[in-house]
Design a protein around this ligand. Structure first.
Ligand SMILES: N[C@@H](CCC(=O)N[C@@H](CS)C(=O)NCC(=O)O)C(=O)O
Length: 238
């Protein structure tokens, strides 16, 4: 990752980012005319999945931090970008898009080789199953338990931790059959599921029982362009 606070020149384009500009080494089919703006909270797994996709596709982007602790996501300026008042949001060439999974679909269809989001019915449906899991049991399981630790919330996480283990059991079973969640090559399903799974121990969810799942995490971490979400010394990771 390169962080530049001044004029950045790439190819035949000249840009003046106001935020850190990130670019990685892998080549892609096409690129944005100007860096994509990612509105994010750095410790959000929803935001990290978008940042990870941008990096895996080697798309130029700048980050705009939204301080959830200060309630910036509920102020008029941010609500104009996303009426749901949630990060992440991207701005790309006049397009404003919220919701992490919607953004993954957008980036895949606009910039990625088709392998990241198959166009044929079965392949597309297999990816969608995991996007649904990421918005469902991953969010109310591992993510919910982690955010309680992150923000020191007084919350009974028993059900969230049980939901996380139930989901990880399904993932472990799935990963017996193939190397990635929707087949033998990485798709946006893997990107959507990665961040909160990798950081589940921060929410008191152990990954010890899931050897194939841990191997899958390592395979994602070995992809060109991968960069982790910052680790937090909380929960089982304290
Ligand atoms: N479905 C949304 C959920 C995003 C989400 O929950 N973002 C959290 C940060 S991890 C947020 O902005 N929370 C503030 C709030 O909901 O008020 C997505 O996938 O982007």
């Amino acid at each position: 990752m390169r962080r530049l606070a001044f004029m950045f020149i790439t190819g035949n384009r000249t840009m003046a980012p106001t935020q850190p500009l990130h670019r990685t080494a892998m080549t892609t089919a096409s690129s944005p005319a100007r860096p994509i703006v990612l509105h994010r909270f750095e410790l959000s797994g929803h935001c990290h999945r978008v940042e990870l996709m941008l990096r895996l596709l080697d798309l130029a982007f700048v980050t705009q931090d939204v301080d959830l602790r200060q309630g910036e996501h509920k102020r008029a300026g941010f609500l104009a970008l996303n009426p749901f008042g949630q990060v992440p949001v991207i701005e790309d060439d006049g397009i404003v898009m919220g919701d992490s999974n919607a953004i993954l679909v957008y980036l895949a269809l606009r910039y990625a080789p088709p392998s990241w989001l198959p166009r044929e019915p079965l392949g597309a449906a297999q990816v969608q199953r995991w996007l649904s899991a990421a918005a469902g049991p991953l969010a109310y399981g591992a993510a919910r338990s982690r955010v309680a630790q992150l923000f020191a919330l007084e919350r009974d996480c028993t059900e969230a931790i049980a939901a996380a283990h139930a989901l990880f059991g399904v993932m472990e079973h799935t990963l017996q059959a193939h190397g990635f969640l929707a087949g033998e090559t990485p798709t946006i399903a893997d990107v959507a599921m990665y961040s909160y799974t990798a950081h589940a121990p921060e929410g008191n969810v152990s990954l010890h029982a899931y050897a194939r799942l841990r191997d899958w995490l390592r395979r994602i971490e070995a992809l060109p362009g991968f960069a982790p979400m910052p680790a937090s010394r909380i929960g089982l990771a304290a």
